[in-house]
Design a protein around this ligand. Sequence first.
Ligand SMILES: [Zn+2]
Ligand SMILES: [Zn+2]
Ligand SMILES: [Zn+2]
Ligand SMILES: [Zn+2]
Length: 284
Amino acid sequence: MVDNTAAAWAEIEAISDNVRRALECPICLQLAPNMTCPCPNGHPMCHTCADMMSNQNVMQKCPMCRSPIFGNDGTLAFVTAIKFDQIKASLRMACAHRRYGCNELTAIPDMIDHEQFCRYKPTVYCKVSGCQWLGVHDQLFGHVLDVHPAVVIDTACTSLIVEDVNNIAQNRRRTYLVRAPHGVFWVLLSRASRNRIHTAVAVVIRNKLPTEANCGQPLDIRYRIMWVDANGYTRGRNRLQTVNRWVTGPQYRDSNGVVKLDIHSIVRSQSGRIKIGWFASPSV
Ligand SMILES: [Zn+2]
Ligand SMILES: [Zn+2]
Ligand SMILES: [Zn+2]
Ligand SMILES: [Zn+2]
């Protein structure tokens, strides 16, 4: 990884030396981007050296292997392919996901694997209705805070109280993004019928690298949904649910882009408040 100017220059100098060696005329040792190759054994040379040899009135021999040489570029395509391989092997490329924060430089043959498992491969979708944002885990909270500040719940508490349950209209999804000590997770609410609210809670996880045992998600999170009446009394509660580990990506959406989740319902929710409490327990 190039993380400072000195390291970047060391990288550029090493690449430059390798490319120069690959494109150097073996006779005059000058950099020769356009070579000719009259030797049947594939020894290239610069045009200046080739012209000087052809102006001498002696039997023309390759200075590298002493073979008689032709007057044409019989093996140039072959040599060009070898030079291309040498240059390719000396280069490292920037990752396609660099605008999402990746600053890895990777050898060209390894790049396909790197980009497939890159930590900065954008796989996290914004779940707010109508939003097309796609990015990486660490950028999600900032995006939602910028664009949909009304849905952000940034809290050290372990519960979320939704006051205006009456205002959740039929077939209209209500979305919250909660940043709690346990992680960042979505809370989705929608009205299934007059007396029934659907809820779902889903943790946003980091991309898992092949070498990592978990996703930087040290805790299992479970939650319970309660209906609280206007006087603060608990009128109904669900059993404890395990949070859906939201492995982000379009494969978790149906053809309409709707998120498929385990939906848990709570009844008697036509008025009052819903309280969602979450609990963390160490992973096993
Ligand atoms: Zn030369
Ligand atoms: Zn030769
Ligand atoms: Zn990358
Ligand atoms: Zn969004």
